[in-house]
Design a protein around this ligand. Structure first.
Ligand code: FPP
Ligand code: MG
Ligand code: MG
Length: 347
């Protein structure tokens, strides 16, 4: 009953760690080339939601008291997070120089904090990979706004936005390698490949290359959508949850549970994101609304509507390019959230 349960604010539990996140990420992104420095740090200016690092930090705390793997399986718990934070414009543009200005943030030496420096670095790496994918995504989606400001592609052009994304991936890879934990490196490297696979599945929008102009709904339609959603969104969250547990020395059962939690949360997160594209305004989202249909993408709201209205197949087949397609599909998909009888009354 109300009042019996203490209310838990996840943000407060890791507030101390989150405070250093953006600053640390910006340090990881320094380049001696001023234009690259600006483009690479551009999406760190506006306050993002930082969902992925938040989940990594919370998972690190949650698993800190779980059973540990036998010592010999814990590759290197003392993972290195040393990183050069002062890159001189006169030095080789982007080399890390281990001899110079190695800095740790003040919480590292706090004995009360049960989050390891390597787990905090992992949180930063997840945000770097995510932001790299957004830089590329906004080019692919011709998006004009992100986090309430002009998108990087609009601000710097497509070429610089793509290169900035590549630079973020490079820096994320260096930071990842410096964790000196082979399994964690493998997990996060797999995520990068998964993000590309998910984006490819979305571009094609069908498992079959020979799909005709009037595709039919089947259970496979939803399976394809969920697999794409796993690769595009849940892979990063689930694999970084597993990585957080592994860095803390957790046993296999704990690492598996962390992975499952991240997978389900990631799938749910993208389903909600796909719904918000139909229900919220550009002002509320900080990015263009209704963008998926404009891009010809069939997400969950439409797929559920299509199940009940087979004629929508033709519109899916032509990627909503016919006159009035987007408006019609917006309406029927929106109606798939509300009781079907209400929709029947309005048809
Ligand atoms: C946002 O989706 C985009 C993603 C979740 C992943 C995009 C992945 C790539 C572009 C592949 C390249 C990956 C790397 C790591 C460089 P969305 O367009 O549905 O969301 P939005 O509304 O926020 O734009
Ligand atoms: Mg997009
Ligand atoms: Mg996209």
């Amino acid at each position: 009953t109300k009042g019996d349960m203490p209310s838990i604010d996840p943000l407060r539990i890791v507030a101390k760690e989150m405070k250093f996140l953006t600053g640390n990420i910006r340090k990881l992104l320094g380049s001696g080339h001023p234009s690259l420095d600006r483009a690479a740090k551009y999406y760190t200016q506006a306050e993002g939601k930082h969902i992925r690092p938040l989940i990594v930090l919370l998972m690190s705390r949650a698993t800190s008291l779980c059973p540990k793997a036998p010592q010999r399986q814990q590759a290197t718990l003392q993972a290195s997070v040393a990183i050069n934070t002062s890159i001189s414009p006169l030095s080789i543009l982007s080399d890390f120089n281990p001899a110079a200005g190695t800095e740790t943030d003040p919480t590292t030496s706090d004995p009360d904090i049960d989050i390891l420096p390597s787990q905090r670095r992992l949180a930063e790496i997840t945000e770097l990979i995510h932001t790299a994918s957004l830089l590329h995504d906004d080019v692919i989606d011709h998006s004009v706004s992100r986090r309430g400001a002009p998108s990087a592609n609009l601000e710097f052009g497509n070429k610089m936005a793509v290169l900035a994304g590549d630079f973020l991936l490079g820096r994320a890879s260096v930071a990842l390698a410096r964790l000196r934990h082979a399994e964690v490196i493998e997990l996060l490297a797999t995520v990068i490949a998964n993000l590309v696979e998910g984006e490819f599945m979305q571009l094609k929008n069908t498992a079959r290359d020979d799909e005709g102009p009037n595709p039919r709904w089947s259970e496979e339609t939803l399976t394809y959508y969920l697999q794409k959603t796993y690769l595009k969104t849940a892979s990063l969250i689930s694999k970084s949850c597993r990585a957080a547990a592994l860095l803390g020395g957790a046993d296999a059962q704990t690492a598996d549970a962390a992975y499952s939690y991240g997978k389900n949360l990631g799938l749910a997160f993208q389903l909600v994101d796909d719904m918000l594209d139909y229900t919220q305004s550009e002002n509320e989202l900080g990015k263009p609304a209704g963008a998926d249909l404009e891009l010809g993408l069939a997400t969950a709201p439409l797929l559920f509507a299509w199940k009940n209205i087979p004629e929508l197949g033709a519109l899916v087949g032509r990627k909503f390019a016919g006159e009035g397609d987007v408006a019609r599909v917006s309406f029927v998909s929106f109606c798939s959230f509300i009781p079907s009888r209400l929709y029947e009354q309005r048809r």
